[in-house]
Write a protein that binds this ligand. Structure first.
Ligand code: FES
Length: 136
C-alpha cells in the first residue's frame, strides 16, 4: 500500500497525507507537507485548498465511488498534485484514494480528480468542469 493517501470526506474535501507536493499548472510548488486538504466542492475562496466553504454552499456528496480503479502502486515517492487551471487535480506518484466508506476508489500512480464538485463520475474528472464553466 502506498504511503500517500487521499481520503475523500463526505460533503467535504480531499484530505491528502504522505509526502504531498501541490503545484500550479506551471509547475511551481504551492505547498508541500504531510497533510493537505484540497477543495473538491469548487467553492473555496482559497483554491485549491479547502477553506470550509463546502459547509457554506451545502455541498452534498457522500464521497462514494461508482467505478473504482484499483491498480498496482509502485515505489514510495512523493505524490505530486498539479492543479489544472479551470480543471481537475492531476495526481502523479504512488497513491491510494479512499472513498468516504473506506473502500478503495483508486490505487495507482496517475489519475485526475474532480475539483469543480460536479463530475458525474466522482471522484474522477469527467470533463463536466468545461460544461459548467468552472474557474479557479
Ligand atoms: S474538475 Fe470536475 S469534472 Fe473536471
Amino acid at each position: 500500500m502506498s504511503a500517500n493517501q487521499v481520503a475523500i470526506r463526505a460533503n467535504g474535501p480531499y484530505v491528502c497525507t504522505g509526502r504531498i507536493i501541490v503545484c500550479d499548472d506551471a509547475g511551481s510548488a504551492l505547498r508541500e507537507g504531510a497533510q493537505v486538504a484540497l477543495c473538491r466542492c469548487g467553492a473555496s475562496n482559497d483554491k485549491p485548498f479547502c477553506d470550509g466553504s463546502h459547509n457554506r454552499v451545502g455541498f452534498a456528496d457522500a464521497g462514494g465511488c461508482a467505478k473504482p480503479e484499483a491498480g498496482a502502486v509502485s515505489g514510495d515517492g512523493p505524490l505530486r498534485v498539479t492543479v489544472k487551471k479551470d480543471g481537475p487535480l492531476f495526481l502523479e506518484g504512488p497513491v491510494q484514494v479512499q472513498a468516504a466508506d473506506g473502500s478503495v476508489a483508486f490505487s495507482g500512480d496517475k489519475t485526475w480528480l474532480c475539483r469543480c464538485g460536479q463530475s458525474q463520475n466522482k471522484p474522477f474528472c469527467d470533463g463536466t468542469h468545461k460544461k459548467v464553466g468552472f474557474t479557479g
